[in-house]
Design a protein around this ligand. Structure first.
Ligand SMILES: Cc1cc2nc3c(=O)[nH]c(=O)nc-3n(C[C@H](O)[C@H](O)[C@H](O)COP(=O)(O)OP(=O)(O)OC[C@H]3O[C@@H](n4cnc5c(N)ncnc54)[C@H](O)[C@@H]3O)c2cc1C
Length: 410
C-alpha cells in the first residue's frame, strides 16, 4: 500500500519508531503529535534490551545503529547476610544477555533516525480522538480538529487514544511501586569498597521486594541505574489505584522518607550506600501497573507500545516490545493492499504477544515482590527452580521473538 496520512500521538520510544516505520513504508505525510514542550532527551533513566531482540530489531531497521549501549552478561542475586560481609551473600548467578541503554540517548537515536519527511510537533497535546467512517479525527488542546487516514496511539500508559480503541481496558495497579534513580558511576568510589564487575547486574533481595542495579551509558560517562520494587507506605494519603491520580515519576515527601528506612532495614550495607549516592532530583517513583488492552485496533486507530500493553518492568521488555510493534506495523503495511488489511494484520501480529507478556510479568512480580521466598536460606539450585516456576512456558524474560502473524482474535 502506498500513500496516506498518518498521525502518531506521542513521540517517545514507540512514537518515533512508528513514525519512521510509516514513512519508510510509504505514507505521504507522517505527523508526530507530542505533548511535551521541553527536551525529551532529559528523561534520563535506564532500560535494557535482550541481545536476541536487539539483533532482530536491528535487522528490521526498528533499532537504528550507533546508539550507545552497555553490555551486560550476568545477573547476581544477593541477600543481606552479616557473616558474608557488607555486600551480602550472592546465592545465585544467572546469564543476563542484555545491553543497557540511557533513555535519553535511545530516544535521541530513534528521533535522529526518523526520515526528514516526518513532521514532529512538540507542545501538541491531544485531548480526544473520534473514529468517523474511514477517517481518524484528532482533537488538540487548542480546540483544533485534524483528520488523518490513520492515527497511532503511542501515548503511553495513560493513553487518550485507548479511550476510543478499548474503552474498558484500564491499567490495574499491581499493589506496589518502584523507586528508581541513577547517578554518575564515578561516585561509587565514595562507598570505600571495590567496584563490581561492569558486565554484572545485581538484584538485591529482601522480604517484600527486590532491587535491580546495573550500569548504563550516559551523556557524560557511565552511570549507575537502579530500580527498587516494594510496597509504598500504607498511610492512606497516596492514591495509586488510578493511573491518572499519580503523576509519572513523582517523589512525594512520604515516598522520599520511606526509601532510606527501607535501605537501612533490608539492604546489605554496601548496596544501601550505593543507592544512597543518588541525588533527590534523580530519584523517581513509578506505581506498577498491568495492562493488556482487549483491543489493539478500532476504526482507523491502533495502539502501540505502553498504550496497548504495560508489562511490569521485571520482564525487561517494554522498549523492545514497543520497537517490535513498529516493526510489525511496517511489515503489515508493506504486505497490505488496504487500511483494513493493514489493521487486521497488525492486530493479529501484536494482540496475543502482549497478553502473554503481561501474564509473565504478573508471575515475576508476584515472586519477586508480592510473595517473596525465603531468600536468606536459598541456594543456587533452589533459585533456579524458583526461576523456572516464574517463567512457566516462557522461553526467557526480555520479550518474545517476533513470529509470523497469528489469526486475528480481538
Ligand atoms: C521502572 C521501569 C523500568 C523499565 N525498564 C525497562 C527495561 O529495562 N527494558 C525495557 O525494554 N523497558 C523498560 N521499561 C518500559 C519502557 O520504558 C516502555 O515500555 C517504553 O519506553 C515504551 O514507551 P512508549 O513510547 O510506549 O510510552 P511513553 O514512553 O510513556 O511515551 C508516551 C509519550 O506520549 C506523550 N503523550 C502522552 N499523552 C499524550 C497526549 N494526550 N498528546 C500528545 N502526547 C502525549 C508523552 O509525553 C510521551 O512522550 C521500564 C518501565 C518502567 C516504568
Amino acid at each position: 500500500m502506498q500513500g496516506g496520512t498518518v498521525a502518531v500521538i506521542g513521540g517517545s520510544i514507540a512514537g518515533c519508531a512508528f513514525a519512521s516505520a510509516a514513512a519508510r513504508a510509504g505514507a505521504d505525510e507522517v505527523v508526530v503529535l507530542e505533548r511535551t514542550r521541553g527536551r525529551l532527551a532529559d528523561r534520563g533513566l535506564g532500560l535494557c534490551i535482550h541481545d536476541d531482540r536487539s539483533a532482530e530489531l536491528a535487522a528490521t531497521g526498528a533499532l537504528p545503529p550507533g546508539i550507545a549501549a552497555h553490555r551486560l552478561t550476568r545477573r547476581r542475586w544477593v541477600v543481606r547476610d552479616a557473616a558474608a560481609g557488607p555486600a551480602g551473600r550472592t546465592f545465585w548467578e544467572q546469564p543476563f544477555p542484555f545491553h543497557s541503554y540511557h533513555w535519553g540517548l535511545l530516544w535521541s537515536g530513534l528521533r535522529e533516525a526518523t526520515p526528514e519527511s516526518v513532521v514532529y510537533r512538540q507542545g501538541a497535546a491531544v485531548t480526544g480522538v473520534a473514529a468517523g467512517g474511514d477517517r481518524a479525527r484528532v482533537r488538540l488542546g487548542d480546540g483544533a480538529v485534524e483528520e488523518y487516514d490513520l492515527a497511532v496511539g503511542a501515548d503511553g500508559y495513560r493513553s487518550v487514544v485507548r479511550e476510543a480503541v478499548s474503552r474498558t481496558s484500564r491499567p490495574e495497579y499491581a499493589g506496589y511501586v518502584c523507586w528508581r534513580g541513577n547517578f554518575d558511576a564515578r561516585r561509587l568510589a565514595e562507598t570505600g569498597e571495590a567496584d563490581w564487575p561492569r558486565d554484572a547486574v545485581t538484584t538485591v533481595c529482601f522480604e517484600g521486594g527486590s532491587c535491580v542495579v546495573y550500569r548504563i551509558p550516559g551523556p557524560a560517562g557511565s552511570r549507575v541505574n537502579w530500580v527498587l520494587y516494594a510496597m509504598p507506605p500504607q498511610s492512606g494519603r497516596l492514591r495509586l489505584d488510578d493511573p491518572t491520580s499519580f503523576p509519572p515519576g513523582r517523589l512525594t515527601a512520604e515516598l522520599a522518607a520511606a526509601l532510606p528506612e527501607l535501605l537501612e532495614r533490608d539492604f546489605p550495607p554496601y548496596w544501601a550506600r550505593v543507592i544512597s549516592l543518588t541525588d533527590a532530583e534523580h530519584t523517581f517513583v513509578q506505581p506498577i501497573y498491568d495492562l493488556a488492552s482487549a483491543h489493539t485496533t478500532a476504526g482507523r486507530f491502533l495502539l502501540a507500545g505502553d498504550a496497548a500493553v504495560v508489562a511490569r518492568p521485571h520482564t525487561t521488555s517494554g522498549a523492545a516490545k514497543a520497537l517490535q510493534d513498529a516493526s510489525a506495523f511496517e511489515t503489515a503495511w508493506r504486505r497490505s493492499g488496504s487500511w483494513d488489511e493493514l489493521l487486521d494484520a497488525y492486530r493479529a501480529a501484536r494482540g496475543p504477544a502482549g497478553r502473554e507478556l503481561v501474564a509473565l510479568a504478573r508471575r515475576l512480580g508476584r515472586a519477586q515482590v508480592e510473595r517473596t521466598p525465603a531468600w536468606a536460606v536459598m541456594d543456587g539450585r533452589a533459585a533456579q527452580a524458583w526461576w523456572r516456576d516464574q517463567l512457566a512456558d516462557a522461553a526467557d524474560i526480555g520479550g518474545q521473538a517476533m513470529t509470523a502473524p497469528k489469526p486475528a482474535v480481538g
